[in-house]
Structure formats: structure tokens, C-alpha cells
Design a protein around this ligand. Structure first.
Ligand SMILES: [Zn+2]
Ligand SMILES: [Zn+2]
Length: 157
């Protein structure tokens, strides 16, 4: 008998580009995101996936005979056919799709710099680890020294 693959959690290295804008993290700045309240792209166990969000979700099957799927969450029109195809292709290649903070709208409202602490988001790290950034009641300010909302890093927490 073949062992049953354990779909999550398992580390997958990040795809090379944001699934929406196709920019690298070096270009977009900020962190790689895989989930927030209204947007997500996550590897899941198909049988127990989704249903926790008021925003539309769907699960793309990845491999025949496996329960592993790719959950996509987004408002209507958010996932273009091209973005869905990219997410699926990256996942099938063994990578984890992600989106940038600009595409998620997690940027400074004054200057557009990616927010230093995208609270409530699941972040994908360079080695494939996914962590959740809790919501704390503080104003993290902005990373951009030219911005009126700028806060030096040591004052952000
Ligand atoms: Zn993007
Ligand atoms: Zn700013």
C-alpha cells in the first residue's frame, strides 16, 4: 500500500513571482502573503478546506488520487483565468504560490509603501515556512523615511 501523503503542513519553496502582478519580491517589497480575510492561495486538504470565509472560495484539485488541493479565496473577479493558471502551475511544480502586499492592498495609505506589519495575514517565508501575523492594537507606521507616517523600525512595536 502506498503511504497516504500528508498534505499540510509541509514546506514548499515560494514561487518566483507574485501570482497576480508577476513581480518578484525584490521588486514589490514587503512580505510574501498567502492569506488574509478576503484573499488567499493555500495548499489544503481538500476534504476539510474552506467555508470559513464570507468571501468566495474554491479548491482546485492538484493531483489525481490525492486530497491535496489549492484553495483560492477572493472577491468576484479577483482571480483571473491567467492568475488561476499560474497558481496551479506553480503548485504542480512543487512551489507555493503567493501574492505581494501591493496586490493585497496592504500598503501605506499615504505613500503606497508595503506596510511593515500586515497584521492578520499568513506570510510565506523564503524557506517555505508559513506563519500567521497576529492582530495587535498598535499603529506600525510606515517604512518610508519620506512619508509623513514614517516610524523608525525600533519604534514600530
Ligand atoms: Zn503582486
Ligand atoms: Zn507611507
Amino acid at each position: 500500500m502506498k503511504p497516504i501523503p500528508n498534505p499540510i503542513p509541509e514546506s514548499r519553496l515560494p514561487a518566483g513571482y507574485c501570482v497576480f502582478c508577476r513581480q518578484t519580491l525584490e521588486t514589490t517589497g514587503g512580505r510574501r502573503m498567502v492569506a488574509q480575510h478576503n484573499l488567499a492561495v493555500m495548499r489544503v486538504n481538500g476534504r476539510c478546506a474552506g467555508g470559513h470565509s464570507r468571501v468566495a472560495e474554491r479548491v482546485l484539485p492538484l493531483e489525481a488520487g490525492s486530497d491535496t488541493g489549492l484553495l483560492l479565496r477572493g472577491e468576484p473577479g479577483r482571480w483571473s483565468e491567467a492568475a488561476i493558471a499560474r497558481a496551479r502551475r506553480d503548485a504542480l511544480a512543487g512551489l507555493h504560490p503567493w501574492f505581494c502586499q501591493r496586490c493585497a492592498g496592504r500598503v501605506c495609505r499615504t505613500c503606497g509603501t508595503p506596510a511593515p506589519h500586515p497584521m492578520g495575514a499568513d506570510l510565506l517565508h523564503a524557506q517555505g515556512r508559513i506563519t500567521h501575523l497576529a492582530i495587535f492594537p498598535f499603529n506600525p507606521g510606515c517604512d518610508n523615511p519620506q512619508c509623513t507616517r514614517y516610524k523608525p523600525r525600533e519604534q514600530q512595536a
